[in-house]
Write a protein that binds this ligand. Structure first.
Ligand code: B16
Ligand code: MG
Length: 211
């Protein structure tokens, strides 16, 4: 049986994925780059500069590092504005129950988000104390799909990767879990999360004993 469950935040526990989408769409369109939900799938779980680079690859302009930093900051300002009004009401269905069931089963609970805003979001949701360890994205050198963030969480929890269950909504996130050597539970559509060991539509369907 598993000894730890490591959750992604955006798109799994709360729908900040939608706020990221809105902020990136505004920025992409201001640069004349078409942006839709299909493209947004590639950005999920990818860090801020990585996401910006993917968007700007669709532009015919060239950007200096300074310009890129300004664009990334502009996107983040809008995102921070969007998350400022979040509350417990923004928890996705089943999130609290899933966290409680893992706790009741005596497993460790980690959070692996590459978002530098994750601590703010946790605070707004009022669930920070439910985690044994929250990865500080500022200390992670390699964004998902690299396994670093999930390996970091497992090490901090004192659990071997093969004893961990990772929970992710993003293609890059599932890839990160798999290359860390963990069991990957996808949250979303099996057509999108093809690398996941199992896929559930939302945390409402989370049943620890089934995996
Ligand atoms: P920030 P996760 C990721 O979080 C998001 O999925 C991704 O869309 C976002 O670009 C990234 O965080 C960085 O976020 O700009 O707030 O640092 O899915 O790993 O929880
Ligand atoms: Mg996510």
């Amino acid at each position: 049986q598993f000894k730890a469950v490591i959750f992604d935040l955006d798109g799994v526990i709360t729908d900040t994925a939608h706020y990221h989408y809105l902020a990136w769409k505004a920025l992409a369109e201001s640069e004349g780059v078409h942006f839709d939900h299909a493209f947004n799938e590639h950005l999920k779980g990818v860090d801020r500069m990585g996401s910006l680079n993917l968007i700007l690859a669709g532009s015919s302009n060239t950007y200096s590092m300074q310009q890129k930093l300004a664009l990334a900051e502009r996107k983040n300002r809008q995102y921070v504005e969007l998350i400022a009004t979040m509350s417990q009401a923004d928890l996705l269905p089943g999130a609290i129950e899933a966290l409680a069931s893992v706790r009741a089963a005596g497993l460790k609970i980690g959070l692996a988000s590459v978002s530098k805003n994750a601590f703010t979001v946790l605070e707004r949701l009022g669930i920070g104390a439910r985690f044994d360890y929250v990865v500080d994205a500022a200390l992670i050198a390699n964004s998902k799909p690299h396994p670093e963030i999930f390996l970091n969480a497992a090490a901090a929890l004192g659990v071997a990767p093969q004893d961990c269950l990772g929970v992710e909504d993003a293609v890059a996130g599932v890839a990160s879990i798999k290359s860390a050597g963990m069991f990957a539970l996808g949250v979303g559509s099996p057509d999108v999360l093809t690398q996941a060991d199992r896929v559930i539509p939302s945390l409402s369907a989370f049943r620890l004993n089934d995996y």
